[in-house]
Design a protein around this ligand. Structure first.
Ligand code: PNS
Length: 165
């Protein structure tokens, strides 16, 4: 395949614990920009997650089944090494508010230092999701609040099953 026809692959990395409607919004936008989008779940053995990695993979696959060019995978180690293995040209990150910017810029510049040809592309979610984060969803759910609309329906159903178990 010539350079001009090589599909542009992007990675959307994260913890996705749990996946939120904000993540889904960014994925739907990025899927329109890139030929292939790999949603990559970080395997982080130090964290005590809400959902195990296989559970997160299954939930993401179910939610993302409608987008044929979107794939779900897992990775460990450096993101830049994973991106290189996957032949990715870009990393996609969502930017919700100014408060995200500092951390995201540090990561983007560090990744650029490690892998100069890998670009980070920031995308803004719809305003409706600008305050939604996995951390707050977890907290609200743990304290008995409603998370309807903050996570995809299958994720909410799974969390409800947990509460009843
Ligand atoms: O959803 P998160 O937790 O904000 O995602 C953070 C993530 C997974 C993108 C970041 O922690 C990461 O890329 N980790 C992999 C290890 C790595 O490459 N660290 C150096 C980043 S500058």
């Amino acid at each position: 395949m010539t350079e001009a026809h090589r599909p542009t692959i992007a990675i959307f990395p994260g913890s996705f614990d749990p996946m939120t409607t904000g993540h889904r919004d960014i994925i739907s936008r990025a899927a329109r920009l890139f030929d292939r989008l790999v949603v990559a779940i970080l395997v982080n053995p130090e964290k005590a997650p809400l959902f195990s990695v296989p559970e997160r993979v299954a939930l993401l696959r179910e939610v993302l089944a409608e987008w044929p060019t979107v794939e779900v995978d897992t990775f460990g180690g450096l993101l830049v090494d994973y991106a290189q293995r996957r032949g990715a040209a870009a990393v996609v990150r969502g930017l919700r508010a100014l408060s995200d910017f500092e951390y995201e810029m540090q990561m983007a510049l560090m990744n650029r230092r490690l892998s100069p040809r890998l670009e980070t592309v920031f995308m803004m979610p719809a305003e409706t999701y600008s305050y939604v984060s996995s951390r707050l969803v977890k907290e609200v759910f743990a304290l008995g609040g409603s998370i309807t609309g903050l996570v995809p329906e299958v994720v909410e159903a799974r969390l409800r099953e947990r509460r009843q178990a």
